[in-house]
Design a protein around this ligand. Sequence first.
Ligand SMILES: *Cc1c(COP(=O)(O)O)cnc(C)c1O
Length: 403
Amino acid sequence: MNYENSAEFVKKMDADDPLAKYRGQFHIPQHNGQDCIYFCGNSLGLQPVTAAPAIQQELEDWKNLGVEGHFKGKNPWKDYHEFLTEQLAHVVGAKPVEVVAMNNLTVNLHLLMASFYRPTKERHKIIIEQSAFPSDQYAVKSQIAFHGFDPATSLIELKTGEDIEPLIDESVALILIGGVNYYTGELFDLEKITRLGHAKGCIVGFDLAHAAGNALLKLHDWSVDFAAWCSYKYLNGGPGAVAGAFVHERFANDHTLPRFAGWWGHDKKSRFKMGPDFKPIAGAEGWQLSNPSIFGLAPLRASLNMFYEAKMENLRAKSEALTGYLAFLLAGKAELMTPADPARRGCQLSIRAKSKKVFDALTEGGVVCDWREPDCVRVAPVPFYNTFSDVYRFAKIFTEVPL
Ligand SMILES: *Cc1c(COP(=O)(O)O)cnc(C)c1O
């Protein structure tokens, strides 16, 4: 794309943006009576205007129907998680049977590792990326220790920029990589990693916290074994929103996999017979334990409906243009930790800052972004609600910081 550093160019880009109408579908936080430049969707996505009415509907049904809301509500609660399935499948490139909205991210990682991390004396290692999000490191190390192995010898860390292929051999049980690294913003080649892992007999799972709703994913076609993600970042489900999980279709009826069971994963036809023997629902739903928080699912559903309508392909196309524009405006003015190739990044750029003063000046100027020690400012222009003017205003503030 031929970018220009001018107010006219930005005006034209925003006027021609086919997704422009969605900005009005979100509440934009204010700074000195003006819209913030909200570049923090990588941490907490903004609130869709449809979120509050969605929650209100369930409060009404609870008020008017009590327990009968499970069966007679406008959106019967016993089926509520299913109202999100189709949309969730679209967002991660899956079949409906492969996804479910449940729990929170780290919980889902543990539940899926209970099934998919089955270490033996010969094959017990897990590959994660170096400086993975702390929760993932804790989860993986505790799983290794839980099975009686030592993280010092069973955990392999993929260094930034390192080729994963030489690390994969017959001693690796599981590859568990973050789809987009939270710190650098690097988008991994998930298809290739899956192929390389499977060629050596490894299970391949992904943490998609920073990829879901951001990168174009094709989990089914890539044959990924399992994945989990949270829904409060790019999926705009609200703080602590109900997370997601993916289990490939080939395991939908695989009863040889061990799993931790709960009644909400039990066959729907006989769930309320309350029998003693667990019979899992086919597919990802069979990994559910508890009946889900309806007030947690309602805003997520409202948001996912928008993804389904706008379509990930369109969001991704705008995202590449928007982040590409930011990279263009910052060229020669900032050092980026994020890969320059648009195919190797999501919407986030991680800027190496000379001092925290940069971040403070941005905050002062009405930018919401975040600071990560020791020297990183993460900025994420989100295609759903950010504009080319946001990017232009941001770059102006950034380049004018007196250092
Ligand atoms: C945000 C994030 C988490 C947070 O975990 P929760 O269980 O949702 O609190 C975990 N892992 C990664 C990679 C993340 O980006």
